[in-house]
Design a protein around this ligand. Sequence first.
Ligand code: URA
Length: 238
Amino acid sequence: MDPRAELDELIAQVTERLRFYGEQGITDLSHPEISPVAGTPVTSLFGESPPTETLERIRNDLGDCRRCKLWTTRTNIVFGEGNPKAELMFVGEAPGADEDATGRRFVGRAGKLLDKMIEAIGMKREQVYIANVVKSRPPGNRDPERDEVAACSQFVFRQIAAIRPRLIVTLGNPATRELLETRAAISRLRGNFQDYPRIEGIKVLPTFHPAYLLRSPDKKREAWEDLKKVRDYLKGEL
Ligand code: URA
């Protein structure tokens, strides 16, 4: 496993564990409640190598998440679904009303357009993996706020580390900015392959969010150019 991904996984696990203890009012690491962890050398906590990341483990860790205020207004957590060994992954922003009602990703109008985009490159929804940066719906479909993204993005990073796609297509500004660790706008980044900074060898191709394409159909031509690049890259032609 790539050392940076390995470190990210370990940090996510330790952070999660510390949060869990913190929620129970345990702030002292030598507390008997967290024995045998206390006093154990870090290297032996996970044996010779860290546990393999799986989508099931990530979903369990997410639990009935209350890490940000969105839990108070959501109906369902939308974790993401698709092929756990997908070569191609799509990452959107956050669930909308239809996704919140069903717990399934991209099932509303934007989702229907995303289906067409996937079909346009000769693939089926079941072949790819689709997830969002934020797993609970922001009320009224407002943009997710900084603290909400900060609380949630560890899970999409872990999903990426578990799936290890060859290519991630980020849909719109929030997903692109979070995955590429940039403030640059989608209008500048779209259509250009970037390196995913957390795992060597994974590429990111930003494109417009389907909800934006529904509002601005004149942009569909550019999105189609981006999709052709996706298709050619996966065929090994780019
Ligand atoms: N928009 C998103 O970014 N994600 C969804 O799941 C639905 C709409």
